[in-house]
Design a protein around this ligand. Sequence first.
Ligand code: APR
Ligand code: PHB
Length: 390
Amino acid sequence: MTRSQVVIIGGGPSGLLLARLLAVRGIESVVLERQTRDYVLGRIRAGVLERGLVELMDEAGIGARLHREGLSHDGVVLARGDDAFRIDFREMTGHSVLVYGQTEVTRDLYDALEDAGHPIEYRVEDVEIHDADTDTPHVTYRVDGESRRIDCDFVAGCDGFHGVSRNTIPESVRRDFERVYPYGWLGILSETPPVHHELIYANSDRGFALASMRNPHLSRSYVQCPSSDRPEDWSDDRFWAEFRRRLPRAHADALVTGPSIEKSVAPLRSFVTEPMRWGRLFLCGDAAHIVPPTGAKGLNTAVSDVRYLHRGLCRYYEQGESAGLDSYSQDALARVWKVERFSWWFSQIMHRTDDQSAFDRKIQLAELDFLRGNADAQRAMAANYVGLPY
Ligand code: APR
Ligand code: PHB
């Protein structure tokens, strides 16, 4: 049996960032990850970082590469058919976003933790949280067939949507809110130059498309597809032909295609569980909520939870006050729901569905038209995109 102040379940970006931030303040933690480091780093996720995330990476002392390699984006292009318009984040909010892959954020975190000899257990199985509703919780798990136990003050459930932490909270105190969208995104990564220097979100009659990037030589491109489609259903040629048809003509003409180096289909879902705290167990990130990728809020929202929890834990250990922990669920959820609203709204105005009525389509086009012509609407969109304040 061992002891740690905090046990962190899950070595995705939420768990790793929390571990690193706590270490900077001298608070000890152990990270328990079900997979290997390479497996976690093999997952391709969105790559748009809000200022709040960049600030937190700086606070964690690992912002150097991100500042060096990240691409600062001052705006975004929205398109409706061939009609494209730009939302200028700088002009509207004074801020921009940083394009830098989530995989790279995770790699920076692993490197920093491993260099510092931080305790991380990989390939853990059968993780169970015990007595979270008492002052003396503990976590049990198995690794290489051997059973282990860690006693702790707090447990951070950072184990994603399919983890065990959320289900540790009894159904009698938990409430889930969910919307599943009737479409998915097929995404490919290719060693081709981005079609434009800013992201393009396109609403075409054939469905949604997104032109994104990782760097000037690496593009990330998406098309809306039925969520039942499999990557094998889409040859590279089929993908590029469809992608090109959904982009506004001026951009389609500039498209450079090439072989995909990764291809995957993601379903779209909105999900929130309440509360995000039960006794000494705190949920962070995908363990507590999911957003559809339109607007790239998954990682950013996960990190906003980490920020609230980190502040609460520091206050507890440094000043002996539990107020930050007591208000964690309320504080985190207040921000989560606003981000859920934005991601839902942005998804809603950009995608086409088979059962969309002629009325609904007209309303969707009116939304885009309003956004195109109204500075206040653009300001609201930009404020959400660059990141709401804490
Ligand atoms: N025990 C230990 N680890 C687990 C368990 C378990 N029972 N279940 C899941 N995990 C691990 C997963 O292998 C994964 O590495 O928890 C980690 C959770 O990581 P993410 O799913 O990336 O979630 P999070 O860290 O909250 O990051 C949120 O990542 O999923 C994207 O879109 C999401 O961008 C958002 C961000
Ligand atoms: C991505 O680059 O993968 C990306 C960017 C913006 C989004 C979603 C995904 O809204």
